[in-house]
Design a protein around this ligand. Sequence first.
Ligand SMILES: [Zn+2]
Length: 341
Amino acid sequence: MVQRRKNLSWVGWMTGLLVALSSSTALAADTSAEEEVRYHQLADGETLGTVAMQYQVGIDELLTWNDLESVHVPPETTLVVKSSEEVQGPSEPLPVIHVIRRGDTFEGIARRYGVTIRQVQRWNRRLNPRRLQLGAQVRLHIPGSNGKSVSWGAANGGRLYNGVAMQTTPGMRVRNVARSYGTQRVVRLLQAAGADVQARWPDAPDLVVGSLSVRNGGRLRPHRSHQSGRDVDLTYYHRGNVELPDFRDMSVEIFDAVKNWHLYKTLIDSGQVEFMFVDYQLQRSLYDYAISIGYTPEDLEPILQYPRGANVRAGIIRHSRGHLNHVHIRFTCGPEDRNCH
Ligand SMILES: [Zn+2]
């Protein structure tokens, strides 16, 4: 349930009017700066996590606005939802070195990085475009991000502009902040989904957040991906609400299919997950549980690779070696992301 109420004082209204009279562009700026407060009463099945997702705000913001210390609130609580704090970083172009590989041309490079051929020539006057040597370095200045948090390029060869360091929030424990940068959208979504599990199951342990990306993206050893703020590694929920200090190998016996399914389904339903790597034997637990609560095999086809075999490229949740002790989630390219693939 949503009610809208404008938090606009008389002085604010007068100022807005004066600014509006002075120019039309100022009017647009003033409208966005004006703080809108919304009230949301929790309906059946909703939690702080689902509200954070619905309004695309941070779970930490929601806790602050409502002066709450945990996500456990009585049913039908009315929450205050304000305007979210958007990341606003520098918008300078990002310098990138492209190393020439077989078949590269200035034209192809320009297309790949979203710049013009003339720009590539201007930045690389000492290179002869008709005689590019393998291993030669091409300097580029890829376009800025308008200060927004942006995933740029490929997950295994990209960058991250104005990334947000994921902090520990209810349900998600960050191990190393320096390796936990993602786009604002990805960080918020993860935090909201973790908080949602904890709101539904008060004894649910926090998940350990392994790597996302480093501050500006780029290579993060030992990973090949995790370069553009759209990949994350998480522990699995362990049965009996056992809190894991770190990644630990799972088996069907200790894998908590109920909470893991809920978390993955929530993320997938947001429409922002490209794929998840989950060991094939654990997928069976997810499948059996989903069937037990009423999903049909047809419902599960687009979601789970199981039971089609660990080598079949199908389903958002897929097998990949090395994922018995953690799930790897790749998020989709968002509307702000650039040259993202
Ligand atoms: Zn990973």
